[in-house]
Write a protein that binds this ligand. Structure first.
Ligand SMILES: C[S@@+](CC[C@H](N)C(=O)[O-])C[C@H]1O[C@@H](n2cnc3c(N)ncnc32)[C@H](O)[C@@H]1O
Length: 325
């Protein structure tokens, strides 16, 4: 781990070694069906493209979550310990964080954990400007592995936040395991606030992942650029196209890259065969009903304390307390 101070905020680099990424890509592409981890979508270009997705008219998730956040200031004041440190997982551009920090003016510090160094840098740079006098720490890390918070933060009450329905990227058993690990590590006065996209008309969900401007398609295809650069591969983006479908039997959107022709691709010296029509899974986005999410949270060791939805009941935000502490 290396630490560096960049003016008004600190960035701690706990990135997994590049060799781990290469290994993970090779394992995923050797499976049937082929699979790539969604975290690979978020290099610098991928993070910028995700921000562009959140501005697409079809992508209701971000607007709905922001509209919930804008109405819960008083509730949060009474729920959150006045000196709680905010620890955000997968913080991205920090747009929702800006609202949260505005609602919690006494929170002394904010820690952002994200795999994307450029997203962290951009978010902390503007948040530190907007909220002077607070401590800002960024950790470039994979939250799938244990992340050790700085010791001065560890002993304080903490509000963990996990916005954007990013939990939906996990298959439900993995989501339970991930939240369970978190519940075990929380102290009794810590809490988790989590955003979860809700089940709704299938067409609306489908459109959100198939925007007319093709931004989600560009985001998905960019994973191949990233693998070419970071894993020494020779994917030709012309050989693949984006596909995303809502699978009601699983309650999820599955996002794929579909191969146009049978050919081999060299990834870090290994020749991998792709068949014409073969689909490589790049992301799942599970949707839940309120009751399904409550059951999942309880199974993981959390008690639902308070939940909010937007006026159209498209998205939900939950304040959970650890049951296991
Ligand atoms: C769906 S975006 C959500 C961004 C933001 N929280 C929002 O609500 O708009 C997921 C975010 O999690 C980060 N991320 C994805 N997988 C990760 C991982 N394994 N470890 C750390 N960060 C990850 C991405 O870089 C991205 O910023």
């Amino acid at each position: 781990m290396t630490a560096g101070t960049v003016e008004r905020y600190s960035l701690i680099d706990c990135q997994p070694p590049r060799q781990d990424t290469v290994q993970e890509v090779l394992v995923g592409l050797s499976r049937t069906p082929k699979h790539l981890s969604p975290k690979l979508l978020y290099d610098a270009d991928g993070s910028a493209l995700f921000d562009a997705i959140t501005r697409q008219p079809e992508y209701y998730l971000t607007r709905a979550e922001l509209s919930i956040l804008s109405g819960i200031g008083t509730d949060l004041e009474s729920l959150v310990d006045s000196d709680a440190v905010i620890v955000e997982l997968g913080s991205g551009s920090g747009e929702k964080t800006r609202h949260l920090l505005g609602m919690l003016p006494t929170a002394p510090a904010y820690v952002a954990v994200d795999i994307s160094a450029t997203a962290l840098d951009g978010a902390l740079d503007s948040l530190a400007d907007e909220f002077p006098g607070r401590r800002f720490i960024g950790m470039v890390a994979d939250y799938l592995a244990p992340v050790a918070l700085p010791p001065e933060i560890e002993d304080r009450p903490k509000l963990y936040v996990f916005f954007g329905s990013t939990l939906g990227n996990f298959e439900p058993p993995e989501a339970i395991e991930f939240l369970h690990r978190m519940a075990l590590s929380l102290d009794p006065d810590d809490a988790l606030m989590i955003g979860i996209d809700l089940k709704k008309a299938h067409a609306r969900i489908h459109q959100a992942y198939n925007d007319a401007s093709g931004v989600t398609a560009a985001f998905n295809c960019n994973i191949l650029n990233r693998i070419n650069r970071d894993c020494g591969a020779n994917f030709d983006l012309e050989d693949f196209h984006h596909e995303a479908e809502y699978q009601p039997e699983h309650g999820r959107v599955a996002m794929f890259l579909v191969c146009h022709r049978t050919h081999t691709v060299n990834v870090a010296g290994v020749e991998i065969l792709f068949d014409a029509g073969e689909r490589v899974t790049t992301e799942y986005s599970y949707k839940y009903s309120m009751d399904e999410f409550y059951a999942l949270a309880r199974q993981a060791g959390f008690s639902p304390v308070r939940s909010w939805t937007d006026s159209g009941e498209t998205f939900s935000l939950h304040y959970l307390a650890p049951d296991l502490a």
